[in-house]
Design a binder for this molecule. Structure first.
Ligand code: HEM
Ligand SMILES: *[C@@H]1O[C@H](CO)[C@@H](O)[C@H](O)[C@H]1NC(C)=O
Ligand SMILES: *[C@@H]1O[C@H](CO)[C@@H](O)[C@H](O)[C@H]1NC(C)=O
Length: 491
């Protein structure tokens, strides 16, 4: 008995030493273990990942390996060199294992090994071609209904006050939900539970929930699973909504009913958590930058003057297909400033990473690789002048054409923003998302008067805990007042 305990202890000690005494081998990236055994830099990284990575970049350059809670993570910050990770053709990197762990942790979801590939295959056509057109039209109708209906009982001159984040998130969630999912009656309840769940999601993913928060998340999750529960399909019915089609797909994959429900919650989150916050940031920048607001309004004015039938104008069909370089530039500038994805891979066999400058680094099997495009390219002062500033025409040339040439070290960048992730898991809904945000902003600006309650307010800061999870969210809100215009559309 004592002997076993002694052996175990010895084993643990040796393991601890092994982990603690990793040394940098020839041709490996600079290694930074941090002072705390095993944990390494985990705490600093959790508190403020951007600041931590910026500090390490100053110390070590564009590539380095840090210890984080027992893992060795090689951070790559040179956007010219992302390609060798994202489009690696030697099968040295894997993302499914990491993704699987995250889905288990957040959604308690466990899916078969080949599932991600088949889901992706099923998903892609739903956001392309005719299906995409159908989704856009449906979204357009739902947005118009949701927004205008909520004002039916108000007299035209009546101002309403609300937080802009709440406003954008609730309108886009409702319309988005009605477009993809079926149950129409419970949308208000679903939205409410969803927000509670979404608010705690980063903490859930990092296992840093407090006791009472754990209870809150569990309750919200349970309620959502109940509310989302797909109706049974009888054999004859055609799948005519996205959700029905998804149920059929899950059944074909042999996924049991319990996991089907959890998969629905995952899809609710991936499809609804980004567009609302994105619209919020975009409108915040417009409201606090009068020259940008005027530029968008002038673009819309020109588009409206080209339209003749008021029916068409009312339903926003004119937004689609119209060329809107000013809006597009503003959207990209917003995404540059407010999206922060972590692109993670596991190194599954030793790999020589070739950097754009010709240097080669050895990556060890079992380590992780992290790309963090928020730091570079998105906030890189070598690429963007005054990167922390919002400039509405940053992505426009002088002749109002799209600007796509951005440089670092004298070389043109292939990707100069990465709001949609990259590689195999890049956002499948990105075209739909762009149209949705455009429809929403144009509808809001042409049908409502919208202004800041206090003209001196600034755009709120980021909630630090959402770095690495995609779209950032504000810490606080921006109070606005708005009312229906007397005649619409008008600008
Ligand atoms: C501004 C809005 C949006 C942003 C910034 C965004 C961003 C992203 C990112 C970064 C990922 C990759 C996550 C990963 O690496 O695992 C992703 C995945 C995904 N997005 Fe979006 N997204 C947006 C809107 C939407 C919308 C409106 C939809 C659909 C209605 C959508 C559908 C999806 C789906 C289905 C995936 C999963 C793809 C996969 O697993 O292969 N997204 N999104
Ligand atoms: C916005 O960024 C995307 C890449 O995310 C690019 O394809 C598109 O051309 C950009 N549009 C503008 C107006 O810069
Ligand atoms: C910031 O995010 C954390 C964790 O996700 C959440 O608990 C907190 O309420 C958020 N803060 C605000 C002001 O929303």
């Amino acid at each position: 008995m004592l002997g076993t305990a002694f052996l175990l202890l010895n084993g643990l000690l040796i393991l601890l030493l092994l982990f603690t005494f990793r040394t940098r081998k020839k041709n490996e990236p600079p290694l930074d273990l941090g002072f705390i055994p095993w944990l390494g830099h985990a705490l600093e990284m959790r508190n403020d990942v951007t600041k931590f990575l910026a500090r390490m970049k100053d110390k070590h350059g564009d590539i380095f390996t840090v210890r984080v809670a027992g893992l060795y993570v090689t951070v790559l910050l040179d956007p010219h060199s992302f390609d060798d990770v994202l489009n690696d053709n030697t099968n040295s990197f894997d993302s499914t294992h990491i993704r699987g762990q995250l889905l288990k942790q957040i959604f308690n979801l466990q899916l078969p090994g080949n599932y991600p590939t088949s889901e992706r295959k099923w998903m892609e056509p739903h956001f392309q071609g005719l299906n995409l057109d159908r989704l856009k039209t449906s979204m357009n109708i739902h947005l118009t209904n949701v927004m205008l209906k909520s004002f039916e009982s108000c007299s035209p001159s009546e101002w309403r006050e609300e937080g802009l984040f709440e406003l954008c998130y609730s309108f886009l969630f409702r319309a988005g939900y009605l477009t993809l999912f079926e149950m129409k009656d419970d949308v208000a309840a679903i939205y409410e539970e969803f927000r509670k769940f979404d608010n705690l999601l980063p903490k859930l993913a990092r296992s840093s929930l407090k006791q009472e928060e754990k209870k809150m998340v569990a309750t919200s999750q349970e309620r959502l699973l109940e509310l989302l529960s797909p109706k049974c399909l009888n054999g004859e019915s055609e799948a005519n909504s996205w959700q029905q089609s998804y149920v059929q797909f899950l059944q074909q994959q042999g996924i049991d009913v319990d996991m089907q429900k959890k998969a629905h919650l995952l899809q609710l989150w991936t499809t609804q958590c980004n567009a609302g916050p994105a619209a919020f940031w975009l409108l915040s920048f417009l409201l606090t930058h009068p020259e940008a607001m005027e530029a968008v309004k002038s673009e819309i004015r020109d588009l409206l003057s080209l339209q003749d039938t008021s029916l068409q104008r009312h339903h926003l069909n004119w937004v689609e297909g119209a060329s809107t370089p000013v809006f597009d530039s503003i959207l990209n500038e917003t995404l540059r400033l407010t999206t922060s994805v972590s692109i993670r891979r596991e190194v599954v066999q030793d790999k020589i990473l070739r950097m754009a400058n010709g240097k080669e680094y050895r990556l060890r099997r079992g380590d992780r690789v992290l790309l963090f495009p928020f730091l570079s390219p998105q906030m890189d002062p070598e690429i963007y002048e005054e990167p922390e500033m919002f400039k509405h025409d940053r992505f426009l040339n002088k002749d109002k054409t799209v600007k796509k040439e951005f440089f670092k070290d004298g070389k043109q960048l292939k990707d100069y923003i990465l709001p949609w992730g990259a590689g195999k898991s890049i956002c499948v809904g990105r075209k739909f998302a762009v149209t949705t945000i455009k429809q929403f902003v144009f509808l809001l600006l042409t049908h409502f008067d919208l202004e800041l309650c206090n003209p001196d307010t600034k755009v709120p800061p980021f909630n630090q805990s959402r770095f690495g999870f995609g779209m950032l969210q504000p810490d606080g809100d921006l109070q606005v007042r708005f009312r229906l215009k007397r005649t619409q559309p008008e600008i």
